[in-house]
Write a protein that binds this ligand. Structure first.
Ligand code: ARG
Length: 460
C-alpha cells in the first residue's frame, strides 16, 4: 500500500475485498461540497497564520474550486481505492496543482475533517427540513381557515367521542409539527460548534486559529475538547431523534388520511396525483403516498437505533465504526424531506366531503356528554348524570334512535329533571359552541388558536 497517502509503513497492498469493505467513497461523496468548503477555510487559516505561504494558499483554493466544479458537473470519477471523499479530493487536487496540495493537510486529520464536514451537512439539511415543515404549517393554517366551521366527529379509541371542528382537528397537526420545527432548531444550536483544528484527537503543534475557521464556516465557536470533538456524533443522533418524532407525526396523520378516505368513512378524497390504481381492480384508488410515509417511518426509527448501537461501546476517540454514521443520516434526510414535500401538496389538494363529516358527527351518540353536563347544571352530581345518560343511551340504541329523536316522555323514563330545552342541548352545534374553554373546539376558541398560531409562525 505504498501508493496510499498513509502507505509509508506498509509493505503489502490492501486486500481487494478489505479495500472495498473499508471504502466509504460511494456514499460519503455526498459530502464533497462541505469537504471542499472546510478545506478552503482551513487553507485560508494556514496562510493567515503563516503556516503556509499566501501564494500556496491561493493555488490550493483555485485547485479545490476546480475539483468542486468537476464533481458538480459529474465529470469526477470516484474510485474505491481512494477510500473516502477526503482522500479523493486531495488526490485530485495534487493532480491539478502538484506537490503543494500536500500542504493542505497540515495541522489537520481526517478525524476533525470528517466531523466538520458532517456537521456542515447536517446543518444544511436541518435548514431544508425546517423549510419543509414551515411550508406544511402554512398549508395547515390555510386549510383550517378555509373550513373553520366544518363539523366532524372526534374520536377516542377510534370510536365516536364528541363533535369537533375540522379546523381544530387539523390544527392538532400544526402543533405537532411546530414542536418538530423547534426541536430541529434546538438541535441546530447544539450542533453549531466547529471541531476543525482538533487534529487526530489531541490538538496540533501548529499555531492555528480555530476561532477564525469556526467563524468562516458559520459556526458559533470552536468546540472545547479535541477528544470529544472527533468522537462526538450527538448532533447526528439528535437530528435523527427529531426526525424520528417528526416522521412519527406524519405517519399518524397519514394513517388518519387513509382511514378517512376509505369507502366506509368517505370524509375526504385524496387528489389523483397522490394516489395509484390497482392492476386488477379497476375501481381502486389507493392512498399509496400516505401508506409509504407511514411505512417508511420504520426505516427512520431504524436509522436512529442503528447509530445509537454503533456508538454505544466505542472507546475514545475516533474509531472506524463511526464511518457507519453517514448512511443512516443520509437515508433519514432523504425520507423525511421527501415525506414533507409530498405531504404539503397532498393536504392542500385534499377534497373534503363536508356533508358526510357533518352527518357522521351526529352519529354514535356524540352529544351524550353534553346531556350529562346539562343534568349537572340542574344539580345532579356528574357521576349520577353519567349513569342516567348511560341508561338513556342504552335505551336509544335498542329503540334505534339518536338522542335528538327521543320523545320527552322517553327521556323522562330515566330522570324528571329533563325539559324540552334538552333538544337544543343535544345538537352537535351546541356541543361545539359550548366547548369554549381555552384550547377547546368552539368556533371562538379555534379562532383564538389560529391567531396565536399565526403569531408563532411569524416569530420563527
Ligand atoms: N471515512 C472516514 C469516516 O467516515 C473518515 C475518517 C477516517 N479517519 C481515519 N483515521 N481512518 O469516518
Amino acid at each position: 500500500a505504498k501508493e496510499k497517502p498513509w502507505g509509508g509503513r506498509f509493505e503489502l497492498s490492501t486486500d481487494k475485498l478489505a479495500e472495498e469493505f473499508n471504502a466509504s467513497i460511494h456514499f460519503d461523496k455526498n459530502l464533497y461540497c462541505y469537504d471542499i468548503e472546510g478545506s478552503i477555510t482551513h487553507a485560508k487559516m494556514l496562510a493567515k497564520q503563516g503556516i503556509i505561504e499566501q501564494r500556496e494558499c491561493e493555488l490550493i483554493i483555485k485547485g479545490l474550486k476546480q475539483v468542486k466544479d468537476e464533481i458538480d458537473k459529474g465529470e469526477f470519477v470516484f474510485e474505491t481505492e481512494d477510500e473516502d471523499i477526503h482522500m479523493a479530493v486531495e488526490k485530485r487536487l495534487s493532480k491539478i496543482i502538484g506537490p503543494v496540495a500536500g500542504k493542505l493537510h497540515t495541522a489537520r486529520s481526517r478525524n476533525d475533517q470528517v466531523a466538520t464536514d458532517f456537521r456542515l451537512y447536517v446543518r444544511d439539511q436541518i435548514d431544508n427540513i425546517k423549510k419543509g415543515i414551515l411550508d406544511l404549517l402554512g398549508v395547515i393554517i390555510a386549510k383550517a381557515e378555509d373550513n373553520i366551521d366544518l363539523i366532524m366527529p372526534g374520536y377516542t379509541h377510534l370510536q365516536t367521542a364528541q363533535p369537533i371542528l375540522f379546523s381544530h382537528w387539523i390544527m392538532a397537526y400544526f402543533h405537532m409539527l411546530y414542536r418538530d420545527y423547534t426541536r430541529f432548531d434546538d438541535c441546530r444550536k447544539r450542533l453549531n460548534y466547529s471541531p476543525l483544528g482538533s487534529g487526530a484527537l489531541a490538538g496540533t503543534t501548529f499555531p492555528i486559529d480555530r476561532d477564525f475557521t469556526a467563524r468562516e464556516l458559520g459556526f458559533t465557536a470552536p468546540t472545547e475538547n479535541s477528544i470529544d470533538s472527533v468522537s462526538d456524533r450527538d448532533f447526528a443522533l439528535e437530528f435523527m431523534s427529531a426526525a424520528a418524532i417528526c416522521q412519527m407525526h406524519l405517519s399518524r396523520w397519514a394513517e388518519e388520511l387513509i382511514i378517512f378516505s376509505s369507502s366506509e368513512f368517505k370524509f375526504i378524497e385524496l387528489s389523483d396525483d397522490f394516489c395509484t390504481g390497482s392492476s386488477i381492480m379497476p375501481q381502486k384508488k389507493n392512498p399509496d403516498m400516505a401508506e409509504l410515509i407511514r411505512g417508511k417511518t420504520g426505516r427512520v426509527y431504524g436509522n436512529l437505533i442503528s447509530l445509537l448501537t454503533t456508538m454505544k461501546g466505542l472507546p475514545l476517540a475516533y474509531n472506524k465504526d463511526m464511518q457507519e454514521d453517514k448512511e443512516p443520516v443520509f437515508d433519514t434526510v432523504n425520507t423525511l424531506l421527501t415525506s414533507l414535500r409530498i405531504f404539503a401538496p397532498m393536504i392542500s389538494k385534499v377534497t373534503l366531503n363536508k356533508e358526510k363529516m357533518y352527518r357522521s358527527a351526529q352519529l354514535g351518540y356524540s352529544t351524550a356528554t353534553d346531556y350529562a353536563d346539562y343534568l349537572v347544571t340542574k344539580g345532579v352530581p356528574f357521576r349520577d348524570a353519567h349513569h342516567i345518560v348511560g341508561e338513556t343511551v342504552a335505551y336509544a340504541i335498542k329503540a334505534g334512535k339518536d338522542l335528538s329523536e327521543l320523545t320527552i316522555e322517553e327521556f323522562k323514563q330515566f330522570t324528571d329533571l329533563v325539559n324540552i330545552d334538552i333538544y337544543d342541548t343535544v345538537t352537535v352545534e351546541s356541543c361545539i359552541k359550548k366547548r369554549n374553554s381555552f384550547g377547546g373546539t368552539s368556533y371562538d376558541a379555534v379562532k383564538v388558536q389560529l391567531e396565536n398560531a399565526k403569531r408563532l409562525l411569524k416569530a420563527l
